[in-house]
Design a protein around this ligand. Structure first.
Ligand code: COA
Length: 316
């Protein structure tokens, strides 16, 4: 058996917190509608002087400091995102310079939308097996406020900005992530036009279809990860599910008969931060002592693509 363990985490949220009441002043919506349908009360938006890079750097520096390792010990640096500051260089390349990572570090961005961070964990696990340096830095970072159409009330209330980072270490005797990943190409349900379309890069979504997809795939993915790891869901200490909508989470918790106390989330005050959602939550679980050394957390993400991914991660 070989795999990766979680060594440390970090996260960063922009200073500006935007409440549902703030959004009521911009679009025809209400705090009551948003809370009832999504569980979201506020989210954070980057303001002037804040950027995708700034968030990713802050989260990465915190994780590095907590791991007590030098940047030169990192062999792989991956950023899961769809809102990096520049198409090229990738955010991971810019981080190579800003963090002082060695030039032979494998650095690239990865787009699997809201499943991106978990895709990144598995990618790091595979790449680290072949790397001389066994530490990996996996980040999920998004500035979704910059691709939000604030005239579309059905999407603009859902998303927020932030970044989360994880330092992982590969070991010959570490448990495998037992990762499960999937994709189902669909260009019409959840999409953001790219530069070649000439259309503004705003999030477009058929909310009901995405909801149906999420409640189908999240419970199945969690079950498959546990089966692959050879454990029951009862043996999992914590669940860190993508924070898209509290109703989707409640549905999965009920269907899988999970203990809600093991599934605490943060959607009320972060909104949906896409690829950043799972690592921000992981950092909050570790920092608050809800996820402790030796414990196993089942992470799962799902979203645009359509994509999904799950993995069982043990805290070193
Ligand atoms: N405030 C007030 N009313 C709103 C609104 C808002 N922000 N957004 C939509 N509405 C209205 C609609 O216009 C519609 O009005 P109508 O009946 O007069 O046409 C009504 O509310 C119901 O809209 P509907 O789309 O049927 O609501 P819903 O119950 O499906 O909830 C979502 C909408 C977006 C909350 C829900 O579909 C959802 O959460 N989907 C998954 C989204 C998601 O998680 N995406 C990211 C995945 S990574």
């Amino acid at each position: 058996m070989s795999g990766i363990k979680l060594i440390s985490t970090g996260s960063a949220l922009p200073a500006q917190e935007v409440t549902n009441f703030d959004l009521e002043k911009k679009v025809d919506t209400s705090d009551e509608w948003i809370v009832t349908r999504t569980g979201i009360k506020s989210r954070h938006y980057c303001g002037e002087g804040e950027s995708h890079l700034g968030l990713c750097l802050a989260a990465a520096r915190q994780a590095l400091e907590r791991a007590g390792i030098e940047p030169g010990q990192i062999g792989v640096c991956l950023v899961a995102t769809l809102t990096q500051d520049t198409m090229t260089p990738s955010a991971a390349c810019v981080l190579q310079k800003e963090l002082g990572l060695a030039e032979d570090t494998v650095c690239f961005d990865l787009n699997a939308a809201c499943a991106g961070f978990v895709y990144g964990l598995h990618t790091a696990e595979c790449l680290l097996a072949a790397s001389e340096r066994k530490y990996g830095l996996v980040i999920g970072g998004e500035v979704l406020s910059r691709i939000t159409d604030f005239t579309d009330r059905s999407t603009c209330v859902l998303f927020g900005d932030g970044a989360g980072a994880a330092i992982v270490r590969w070991g010959e005797d570490y448990p495998s992530l037992s990762a499960v990943m999937g994709s189902r190409g669909n260009s019409g349900v959840l999409y953001i036009p790219g530069v070649n379309t000439g259309d503004p890069s705003y999030i477009h979504m058929d909310g009901k279809e995405v909801f149906r997809f999420a409640v189908e795939v999240l419970p199945r993915c969690a079950k498959e990860v546990a089966a692959k790891a050879g454990i029951s869901l009862d043996e999992v200490d914590r669940f860190a599910f993508h924070q898209a909508n509290q109703r989707i989470l409640d549905h999965a918790i009920k269907k899988l008969k999970l203990d809600p106390a093991k599934c605490t989330g943060n959607i009320a005050h972060t909104g949906n931060t896409s690829a950043a959602s799972v690592p921000i939550l992981l950092d909050q679980l570790v920092s608050s002592g809800q996820l402790r050394s030796g414990q196993k957390v089942l992470c799962a993400g799902f979203g645009g693509g359509l994509t999904w991914a799950g993995a069982l991660l043990q805290l070193a």
